[in-house]
Design a protein around this ligand. Structure first.
Ligand SMILES: [Zn+2]
Length: 285
């Protein structure tokens, strides 16, 4: 704002005569400009007319209006973020049950879950260094839950994640036209994290193996992290039966740190707890 000389002040006072004031505004006697009753800040400023003589007095936001505007913007951004996270979840977690694979639903019985927390905490580094995980071990030891918790936690942080499995991918590939297959496989690499659940359950045909390789190889080349869960033994992965498997597993082993799930069968334990609870209900009844 320019200095208010006698000439400027005269222009301000002339303009003020036809100025409509809002209920929370007043004309400040010191400068003749509109101010805010709440914060006393200026709601009007004075600038010389461009390329001519005279001045004009445009409106401006007082500090409390600016604050309100910033708060509205922050709320709008928060709302947009929540919408985006919701959309990403619907897209990234295709199976409904995956929504329940969250850290808040962890019963704390499996010490290996610490590694899932660590992965999420160090996500930036994992993404930068293209560090994936290979979760292996017996059925029902919590591998999918582990991977699902990471997927949900990262989705909540606005990271694009897809958790899927090869039977779904193969179904999808048979549904689309040949020319769209490459585009579909490439679309998997748009996700910052790809989780392939239950590697090894897909049919062992030449066609299936070829598609699995294409997906894994494409991911490998994208230099983005991959998490794989499998019931296969680490020895089976390290010493595969044939070349078709070897070229898939080699790429996984190169990029994914193996994490062993051993000991307790959590699914069985869960089933036993359910049975025990059912028995209890029956006994009481
Ligand atoms: Zn104000």
């Amino acid at each position: 704002m320019i200095e208010i000389t006698a000439e400027v002040r005269a222009a301000i006072d002339r303009a003020a005569e036809d100025m409509e004031l809002a209920g929370d505004e007043y004309i400040e006697p010191a400068d003749g400009l509109i101010h805010c009753k709440k914060c006393c800040g200026s709601r009007q400023t004075v600038v010389p007319r461009f390329g001519g003589s005279g001045y004009f007095m445009p409106r401006c936001l007082c500090p409390c209006q600016q604050k309100a505007q910033e708060e509205r913007k922050a709320m709008e951004e928060q709302r947009e973020r929540m919408e985006r996270v919701k959309r990403r979840k619907a897209q990234g977690l295709q199976d409904r049950y995956l929504y329940d694979y969250t850290f808040s639903n962890d019963n704390g019985q499996n010490p290996v879950m610490e590694k899932a927390h660590a992965y999420v905490e160090h996500w930036k580094e994992a993404y930068r260094d293209n560090t994936g995980l290979l979760l292996f071990g017996d059925v029902g030891t919590g591998k999918s839950f582990f991977a699902g918790c990471i997927a949900n936690a990262l989705l909540d942080r606005d990271v694009p994640v897809l958790m899927t499995n090869f039977p779904s991918i193969l179904n999808r590939l048979t549904d689309v036209f040949a020319e769209d297959r490459a585009a579909f496989i490439a679309s998997l690499d748009d996700y910052s994290l790809l989780v392939i659940d239950d590697l090894g359950v897909e049919r062992n045909t030449e066609y299936a193996m070829e598609q699995v390789f294409t997906v894994i190889d494409s991911r490998y080349r994208s230099k983005k992290p991959l998490i794989v869960t499998t019931n296969l033994k680490l020895e089976e992965i390290k010493k595969p039966p044939d070349l078709a498997h070897a070229r898939i597993y080699d790429r996984i082993l190169e990029r994914c740190a193996p994490v062993l799930f051993s000991g307790k069968n959590f699914r069985e334990e869960g089933a036993m707890a359910t049975k025990a609870a059912a028995k209890e209900i029956v006994r009481k009844g």
